[in-house]
Design a protein around this ligand. Sequence first.
Ligand SMILES: C[S@@+](CC[C@H](N)C(=O)[O-])C[C@H]1O[C@@H](n2cnc3c(N)ncnc32)[C@H](O)[C@@H]1O
Length: 252
Amino acid sequence: MAINEETKIDSNNEEQASGHQEVGHKSLLQSDALYQYILETSVYPREPTPMKELREITAKHPMNVMATSADEGQFLNMLLKLVNAKNTMEIGVFTGYSLLATALALPEDGKILAMDINRDDYELGRPIIEKAGVAHKIDFKEGPAMPVLDEMIVDGKYHGTYDFIFVDADKDNYINYHKRLVDLVKVGGLIGYDNTLWNGPVAAPPDAPMAKYVSYYRDFVLEFNKALAADPRIEICMLPVGDGITLCRRIN
Ligand SMILES: C[S@@+](CC[C@H](N)C(=O)[O-])C[C@H]1O[C@@H](n2cnc3c(N)ncnc32)[C@H](O)[C@@H]1O
């Protein structure tokens, strides 16, 4: 997500207004109590210690609302194991919660190309990732993801090489990422696009009251969701985990 000072303020207000003040509390469930039940019964008791530590450090960050939620981290970790992912990519790292969930799921020789325009936030999480013994799987590139993808597309050797790609940045560019990523992921591999339910207002009338940043990105998310549904190269599954994640399985 491209975030300026104004959207930072909006996003904080939005969280407070909805009562979702806890870090990573992006659940679309109707009841906060039910979400809390999921976290306390099934997520926190099984959360690996380094992920807990990273979540707690991230909670002190003024932009903690950007972090992947603990239940989504648990989901990604299991999904990656289920598909035996080895070569992966992440666009949008922040302090590294989803990155750590991924790194812990991959085999010792697994690889993650991780991209973010901001290295400082990644540096907050990096000592924990190192302590967890998984930093060797991560190739962090600072800068916008698109030029890197463009280079990979031109240099044909990366086509069809990724088992899993997680996209969690720059929502107004999802459609442009998809054009490239669908060539870079393996046939049978997965791309996960985060925030595809965009706080819920994807299903609200356009004139419904919503924070400025929600309203700005809503149209991009709506168009993107339609484009995925119409793309014959992939199978899709939209899950109401976290803020909505759409899994795309490349079929040809
Ligand atoms: C929602 S956060 C990612 C959260 C992260 N997945 C986690 O588990 O906490 C979005 C991140 O995308 C980064 N970002 C924004 N625009 C970007 C771009 N064009 N290329 C790469 N990263 C970008 C931001 O700096 C921010 O750290």
